[in-house]
Design a protein around this ligand. Structure first.
Ligand SMILES: Cc1cc2nc3c(=O)[nH]c(=O)nc-3n(C[C@H](O)[C@H](O)[C@H](O)COP(=O)(O)O)c2cc1C
Length: 166
């Protein structure tokens, strides 16, 4: 049977930064991701309860959603294959952090887009939990970038450009 990620693709991949109650941060890759509302801005992603990210969200109901660019694909892969339980991914990958303005988890330097979010819904659906976050603060470095597009497992996709309809 085909996986749902092989049926619905490609999906923009985000890096979600969370922290535990002591403030220790973690960063992981998420491609089960969607925007929900223009104003106020809301975003959603789905997290498996096996992730350290899941444990962190139960302790601190805030996160930073960063959208990396395609040249950061190796960072995305490491963030999506290593758990914060076993390794400090910020140290491993040399990711510099800075304090966020409205939430406890930190921002990561040099990301094109970062959204500081507060969890407003956290609900189980099958083998994942839906996380809906309200955007409290946005940081936009640039909007003309190529995102990381995920297909399934270790397969990613590319886009060649935009189509503007008349
Ligand atoms: C491109 C990519 C996309 C991923 N998307 C998701 C996702 O949407 N939901 C999820 O639970 N895990 C997803 N993962 C897996 C987690 O990122 C991975 O299990 C990670 O090690 C979790 O880290 P943590 O334990 O520090 O939270 C994805 C992995 C990759 C490489």
């Amino acid at each position: 049977m085909a996986r749902i990620s092989e049926m619905i693709f490609p999906r923009v991949t985000a890096l979600v930064i969370t922290c535990d109650s002591k403030g220790k941060p973690d960063i992981a890759a998420f491609s089960f991701l969607m925007p929900i509302s223009f104003e106020p801005k809301y975003v959603a992603f789905a997290v498996s309860p096996r992730r350290k990210t899941f444990e962190n969200l139960k302790e601190v109901n805030e996160f930073v959603l960063a959208i990396p660019s395609r040249d950061m694909i190796n960072i995305v892969w490491a963030c999506g294959t290593r758990s914060g339980r076993e390794v400090d991914k910020f140290a491993l990958l040399g990711l510099a952090t800075e304090k966020a303005e409205t939430v406890k988890p930190p921002l990561v330097r040099n990301m094109p887009v970062q959204l500081e979010c507060r969890v407003e819904l956290f609900k189980e659906f099958g083998d994942h939990w839906l996380v809906v976050g309200r955007v409290l603060k946005e940081h936009v470095e640039k909007l003309d970038f190529q995102p990381v597009l995920h297909y399934s497992k270790n397969v990613f996709a590319t886009v060649s450009g935009r189509i503007t309809l008349e």
